[in-house]
Structure formats: structure tokens, C-alpha cells
Design a protein around this ligand. Sequence first.
Ligand code: AMP
Ligand code: MG
Length: 417
Amino acid sequence: MTHPPPSSTAQDVLKAADARRLILDSLSPVTGGERVELHAALGRVLAQDVIAPLDVPMHDNSAMDGYAVRAEDLDSGAGSETRLTVVGSALAGHPFAGRLRPGEAVRIMTGAVIPDGADTVVMQEIVRREDDRIFIPAGQQKGRNLRRAGEDLAAGSVALPAGRRCGPAELGLIASLGIGEVAVRRRLRVAFFSTGDELTPIGQPLKPGAIHDSNRHTLAGALARLGCELLDLGIVPDRPAALEAAFAEAAGTADVVITSGGVSVGDADFIRELMARMGEVSFWKLAIKPGRPMAFGRIGDAVLFGLPGNPVATMVSFYQFVQDALLSLMGVTPLPPAARFAARADFALRKPAGRVEYLRGRLLRDGAALGVTLAGAQGSGMLHSMSEADCFIVLPEDCTSVQAGDTVFIQPFHGLV
Ligand code: AMP
Ligand code: MG
């Protein structure tokens, strides 16, 4: 293989936003797809628009429990009640068979088809009933309390666009159209491994100075949540031949290769040299904390993310740079904007200008407002506070201090859908 010399080894300090843009601009979605049954579509990305084959709802139907009437029968404003005769009932799934004639009403329940001839539903709470007669106060408006055929979706319209990732709402919407199978993009294949002579798998005794490998498990969890196909290549020691074999296997089988460890300056430098030799890889010094070093590029046809080894740095780098890249490769379009909410800080700290800091935060109820506190010690290896946290507090480059009561921006870890 011949490759251009890696301009990449130049130690550029990159702003977080620039790194994100460089990454996203260089990626296009993987090709290929499959058809899956609806229940298997959760988390998958639609490969084609889903077109509504029918109107949703199919019929004009009632939005209330009440009486279906003809507006022209009602008193239009003189102030007196209207008396109508109840000639039948319409329930959801059991339409009224006949046609409403002048002076008639049909008892109707929510979701029931509006009978022929009726154009208005009067809610039951304002109607007085005596046997088969009802009395409706003056002042009703024509067309009230109806859901119109096609008001949610008209037949032939795009119900869901290609590029939409299916969540519970999408599954329900597709089902409401009577569609049982959808075309989705194929899953993204992601190979990942941990690098470091100190790393020990669970179940093996720790030699002096050794630690358990946690990053691979964190990454496996994050990747599984995205619906990726996982290729776990285990722990690879800081040995050139082993690393070269791992990179070759990963790049030969996966769309994306994610490693952790070994990308810091002065770390086992041959990992960087090896990545650069095997592909086109840039080594970035990002203006962020935690997670300063990161490698990004390609080995063969695979996209490579070399993440720093410190466990929280691995997670921050994953969520701030890798996750959107994976969504983009999966074909998600448009990418959802990063959720950012203002919250009132209940802590104080100083920070240098020039880098973005991602602190682990815990949301607080602060009256009607949102407050946030620090979720414990913030060392870049301390996963415990990552687990205690439910948000990142994102302090921008120009911020140099936070006082209690200041507004800060947070990114929640969990959303509703
Ligand atoms: P490195 O990026 O290889 O210089 O590693 C930075 C720090 O992260 C060191 O303390 C490593 O021991 C630690 N580290 C690297 N990889 C892992 C891993 N997979 N699990 C837990 N800690 C790790
Ligand atoms: Mg290392």
C-alpha cells in the first residue's frame, strides 16, 4: 500500500466545533439495506420515504363523547334551546348505519365515524337528555369536535422521510398506515478494541500495575444503543505486530474502527506511527477537557476513531465526536441538533479560556427552573462520577469562571424518546 505522507502528524490544536465539522464533512452514509418487519425496525434508519397509502384518519370521526348533529338544525343565536330526537348510536368500530335527517341526532363516542348527514358534534357535558330527546343550548358552532379524514396524513403524502431513525412514534405511525415491513439501511459494522499492556480482561487476576479494561464495555454499550453490529476485538497489547494485525482485521471487516488508548503524545508512539502508516490518519490535539488527543482518518475503507484511553475521556470523545459521525454513516438525516438547555449552576469554578470543558453534572429541581450541580470528582479517569451524572455541563472556550447562580448549558444524557 502506498499512502501520502501523513500531514496529519502535525500537532494542530483544533477547536471542538471544527473537529466535528471536519469529521462530518468527510463522511457519507454506508450503502446497502434490507427490508425488516416493523417490530425489528426500532432504531433502524429508513432507506426510503414511507408514503401513506390511505388517509389517516380514514373517516371524519368524533373527537368527543356527545351527539352528532346537523348544524343547520341548531339555534343559530336567537337564544333558545334546540330539541332533537336521538335515533341511534355510533361507537368506535360500530358506525351508525343510516343517514341523519332534519331534527335527528346520533349518540356518538370518541373515535366513532361521523354519520352521513351530520357535520358537528356537541359534547355530552352541555346536553340535557330526556329519554330519546336531547336539548342543546344555543350558540354551537358548526364543525366542532370533529377530526377530519386525512387531517393527520393525507393518502399519498410522505408519512416519514428516508433518513428518519425509527423510535416508538415511528413504529406506531407506520402501523397506523397498515404497513408491516419497511426498507432500512443496513446496520453499521463497528470494530473496536482496547490498547495497553496494563489492560486485563474481567476474570483474570491483576498483575502489579495492571487494571481491568473498562473502555471496551463502555463502548460496547454505547454502540449497542445505536443499533450497530459489534465486532469486539478484545485487548491488544502495546506491541506493533499485534496492533497491526488488529487494525488489519478491524479495517477489513468493519465500516468503522474505534480504538481506545495509545494516541497521546509520548504514549507508545508506535501506535500513532502504525495508524499513520496503515492509513490516512490525523492526530488531533483538541481544545477540550477531558479528551485532548484523538486520531481520526481511514484505514483501508474503514473510518478510524482513535480515542484517548482515560475512561471519561473515551466517553466524552465518543459522545461529542463519534456518535453523530456514526449516525451520519447510518444514514440519519438530518442529524438531530445537540440538545442544549440552560440551567442555573449551584457550583463555582475557574477554567482557562481556549478550551471547551465537559463537566459531569447532575440536574436539580430549582423551583420551576432547572439547576445543575457537579456530579462528584471530575478526574478524566473517574467513571464513578460519570455514572452519578445525568448530563454534561458544557463550558465554552471563552468561559473563564462559573459563579453559583450563573446560567450554564447542559446536555442531558437521556431524552424521553
Ligand atoms: P493512554 O491513552 O493509552 O495513554 O491511556 C491513558 C490512561 O487511560 C491510562 O491510565 C490507561 O491505563 C487508561 N486506560 C487506557 N485504556 C483503558 C481501558 N481500556 N480501560 C481502562 N482504562 C484505560
Ligand atoms: Mg496506553
